[in-house]
Each structure stands twice: as C-alpha cells, then as structure tokens.
Ligand binder design. Structure first.
Ligand code: G3P
Ligand code: MG
Length: 252
C-alpha cells in the first residue's frame, strides 16, 4: 500500500445492494431491510441519469429490474422516477423507485450506516460519475463522519477519486483477472481489494495482507463459505443475506 493512502477498517459483513436476497436490489426498501437485519455497512451501485444525477442502479439498461428498453443514462432523473424498481422482484414492492444517491446518503447519515459506494458508470461516463458523486458528498456528507469507501472495477473512476477526493478510501474491485493488480492498487492508492470469492488462495491472501490491504469478497450467501473465507483471512463478506452471515460469523 502506498504512503498517504486513507485507512479504512472493513466490517465483517456488507449488505450487497442492500438486502438483495429478500428485497429489490438498490432500492430504499432494500437498504432499510439491511439496516433492520443489523448490517453496519451497505454496498450499492451508482451511475448517472442523463442530467447527471447519481442514482442507484446496477445494470446499464433498464430491462431486468424496470422492464423497459433503453439505458439509464438516456433518461433524466425525473423520467427515471416514473419507472418501476420493485415490482420485478415481487408485486408487494410495486412502487419502489430508483433512488437518488442523495436520498441514500441521507439515510446513511441519519442511521449511522457506513457506505461502500460502488462507482458503476455507464459506458463512457467513468470520470464524470466520480465527479458527480464527489460533488454530492462535498455538499452533504458531514465532516465528522467516517468517509464512504469508493469501490470500482473501472480504474478511470478510481483515478478521478484519487485525484479529486484523496481522503476518501478506495477499493479495487476485481473479478477473475488478477493481472497487474499490484500496480493498479498502488497507482490508485487503494486501501482495499475486493475480489470474487472463488479466487482466493492462502498465498494470495498472504500477499494482500503483507501489502497492507483490507480484503473484501463478493457475493457470498452461504454461511460455510463465509466462515471459511474469514478463517483464511478475508476481512469482509459482501452478501445478499446480511442477517444470516452476521449470525454465521457470530458478530452479535
Ligand atoms: O462490490 C461487490 C459487487 O457488488 C460487485 O459486483 O456486479 O454485484 O456490482 P456487482
Ligand atoms: Mg456492486
């Protein structure tokens, strides 16, 4: 880890897209449920509306969770507000909206929740997505609260974060390609590495640790796998079922 890299103490459990296992992902209902289940941290995905407002949405297109053709980035925030974000999961969540990051951050502030903000830009918006998120945080995030963690698969997004918001910790997201991870993590002054759970080996964990990185993994929904990874030295489990993983890890 490079000097002057912000420090972050990862929690044992992070609620993936809220409590994605039992609520429609990346909605206020999902985040409220994560809090109710005892999560102290949430993870969620952020991209921009056409008019540059950061919103929570995983996919680039609206098909899977809103049932519409087209891309998130092609609709203004007001237009997105008319779209459905809950009914695809279950009729009882009909009426859930695509939340603005502002509403979500305010919820975290009000409830003392920590946030892992995954910068998940639409194609071509890698840099402006980070800028918009940083602008919003500068406007509303209280100075005395621990700063959210930025994570991203997109190195350009983390590069902008490093340059304009160096005090916010950064996490390098990796799937199954570990090539040059040391160079990228160092260059981006990352505090944490977030790796797909099937990739871990004792050697790799030892290497992450010896370089001083916090280690997170996704998406782990089975108690036995979570316990095994924590025993191997993984610090933080990102899960769709925070309550069952909290219980399995005997956090409370
Ligand atoms: O941040 C971990 C995880 O959320 C990354 O994958 O596709 O669920 O955003 P994805
Ligand atoms: Mg994510």
């Amino acid at each position: 880890m490079a000097d002057a890299t912000p420090k972050v103490i990862l929690p044992k459990v992070q609620a993936h897209r809220g409590a994605k296992g039992v609520r429609p992902e990346n909605t206020m209902a999902s985040l409220r449920e994560a809090l109710a289940q005892g999560a102290s941290w949430t993870e969620f995905d952020v991209k921009l509306s056409k008019d540059g407002i950061p919103v929570l949405y995983h996919d680039q297109d609206l098909k899977r969770t809103s049932g519409l053709d087209g891309l998130v980035k092609d609709y203004t925030f007001d237009e997105l507000q008319a779209f459905e974000a809950g009914a695809w999961f279950d009729e009882s969540y009909k009426g859930e909206k695509i939340p603005s990051l502002e509403e979500v951050l305010q919820f975290h502030i009000d409830n003392g929740l920590h946030a892992n903000i995954e910068l998940k830009p639409s194609d071509g918006e890698e840099r402006e997505t980070t800028r918009a998120v940083v602008d919003l945080l500068a406007r509303i995030w209280p100075k005395d609260l621990a700063k959210p963690l930025f994570s991203s698969f997109k190195r350009e997004s983390l590069e902008v974060a490093r340059d304009i918001a160096p005090d916010y910790p950064r996490g390098l997201l990796l799937y199954d390609d570990l090539s040059d991870w040391q160079i990228h993590a160092k260059n981006l002054r990352c505090s944490t590495i977030h790796l797909w759970h099937k990739m871990f080996t004792p050697e790799l964990i030892a290497e992450f640790k010896s370089e001083g990185y916090g280690i997170a993994t996704y998406t782990v929904n089975e108690a036995e796998i979570a316990i095994n990874l924590v025993e191997m030295g993984v610090d933080s489990i990102i899960t769709d079922y925070p309550d069952s993983i909290i219980q399995a890890l005997k956090i409370k």
